[in-house]
Design a protein around this ligand. Structure first.
Ligand SMILES: NC(=O)c1ccc[n+]([C@@H]2O[C@H](COP(=O)([O-])OP(=O)(O)OC[C@H]3O[C@@H](n4cnc5c(N)ncnc54)[C@H](O)[C@@H]3O)[C@@H](O)[C@H]2O)c1
Ligand SMILES: [Zn+2]
Length: 381
């Protein structure tokens, strides 16, 4: 990453078109240095509350505070512990308190400065304090830049499961500074890359071809291809969200690999040291392709390409690669049944007719899925 400039002049703007609530995603290396001016434009008030976690604060908070100050915005930061446990009622209360204590009014900004955990939690707080505050996302992980910061889903977890309490609350601006990813641990970067590939696999074969043909190396190394990959991913998500904001239909395509993936995350008890989300969905997408192939929907060649690309970038592809194991096929099927994408006993999966050709399959027979998983478990591949 040493020959990578800290700042470049390339700025991509991806609009998210939602009647009355449209906003821009601004993508670029060093875009954080423009945060003050850009936030001032959408939040004319002179105050901001920043919510972040201690990892992000250590590397990047002073810069954001300085940029806001230089644009005449007074800010107060709340630094929370990193990790999924922060998407809790207790943390929600502290964010709401901090926003109220900072005396923010409606023209002021609530800023989520972190990965998906901080974005989901802060977005939910912004949705409910004073029945809705202006909310800005400055995502700092690859996953949050290409996925969670776009589309307005916000949530916290309860002991019953993940994301069970939340709201749709769209941001007024997303600033994705790809230079922030230079400090991200490699495992987190790679996991976020699984969501990038997802956009290719679900609807954009050219994008997959481009990544597979070598662009992925420069995405990892921080070349201009990284901005391009974030731009294409955000543009894909923006189109889907504009068509189906509250997931009545097409938005479900974004769940490619997630039904299997969520079952794997549940099987390890959401233990992020054993399996992070992106790794779970990499295995999940590979399973979705192989399952589709077995059903005669997709060619073996496409399924093999998907597996090979994940292996090349160092993402796991098989159940045997989950540390500590995944339990039986029946346990996994139970977790799949618990998933919210189950309608009256019939399983809903996102399946594929090939790379870039996903579709919603609403009537998948649980018995066939169990037999498929049993074969995957004994094959040890
Ligand atoms: N709202 C949505 O549409 C949506 C979509 C996908 C995922 N999510 C949610 O996103 C969450 C996962 O997000 P995530 O993968 O970004 O995890 P995360 O927020 O936990 O961040 C991962 C780790 O990286 C650290 N980190 C973040 N930015 C860093 C940086 N620039 N430098 C160094 N370290 C940094 C964090 O402190 C944390 O330890 C989950 O809770 C998931 O449910 C939401
Ligand atoms: Zn995901």
């Amino acid at each position: 990453m040493s020959d990578t400039p800290r700042i470049s002049n390339i700025r991509h703007i991806v609009p998210v078109e939602l009647a009355g609530r449209s906003y821009d995603i601004v993508i670029g290396r060093g875009v954080l240095s423009e945060a003050g001016e850009r936030i001032r434009t959408v939040c004319p008030g002179g105050r901001a509350a920043i919510v972040t976690d201690s990892h992000v604060a250590k590397h990047h908070l002073p810069q954001l505070e300085a940029m806001l100050a230089s644009a005449g915005i007074a800010s107060k930061a709340l630094v929370l512990p990193p990790g999924e446990k922060t998407k809790s009622f207790a943390a929600l209360e502290s964010v709401c308190d901090a926003v109220i204590a900072a005396r923010l009014e409606r023209g002021d900004a609530v800023i989520a400065f972190g990965g998906g955990v901080i974005g989901d939690l802060t977005g939910f707080a912004a949705a409910i304090v004073r029945r809705g505050m202006r909310f800005i996302q400055i995502p700092t992980t690859l996953l949050s830049q290409v996925d969670s910061s776009v589309g307005g889903k916000t949530a916290i977890n309860t002991h019953h499961g993940k994301n069970l309490i939340g709201a749709f609350h769209q941001p007024v601006l997303v600033l994705a500074d790809t230079a922030l990813l230079d400090t991200l641990p490699e495992r987190e970067f790679r996991a976020g890359y699984a969501e990038v590939i997802k956009y290719g696999l679900l609807g954009d074969k050219d994008f997959f071809d481009w990544l597979e043909s070598g662009a992925w190396r420069r995405v990892f190394a921080g070349g201009p291809e990284r901005e391009e990959a974030v731009r294409i991913s955000c543009a894909s998500k923006a189109v889907i969200v504009a068509r189906d904001e509250t997931e009545q239909g097409d938005r479900a395509l974004l769940n490619l690999g997630h039904t299997f993936g969520h079952a794997l995350e549940a099987a390890v008890g959401y233990d992020g040291t054993r399996l992070v989300h992106g790794e779970a969905i990499a295995i999940g997408m590979r399973l979705a392709f192989d399952f589709s192939q077995e059903q005669g929907l997709c060619s073996g060649q496409d399924a093999l390409r998907v597996r090979r690309h994940f292996e090349t970038v160092g993402l796991p592809v098989s159940l045997a690669q989950v540390p500590g194991g995944t339990g039986t096929a029946e346990t996994l099927l139970d977790a799949i049944r618990q998933d919210k994408k189950v309608a009256r006993g019939a399983l809903t999966f996102i399946l594929v007719r090939g790379i870039g050709e996903s579709f919603i399959a609403k009537d998948v027979d649980a018995r066939i899925v169990r037999e498929f998983l049993e074969r995957q478990l004994v094959r040890d591949i």
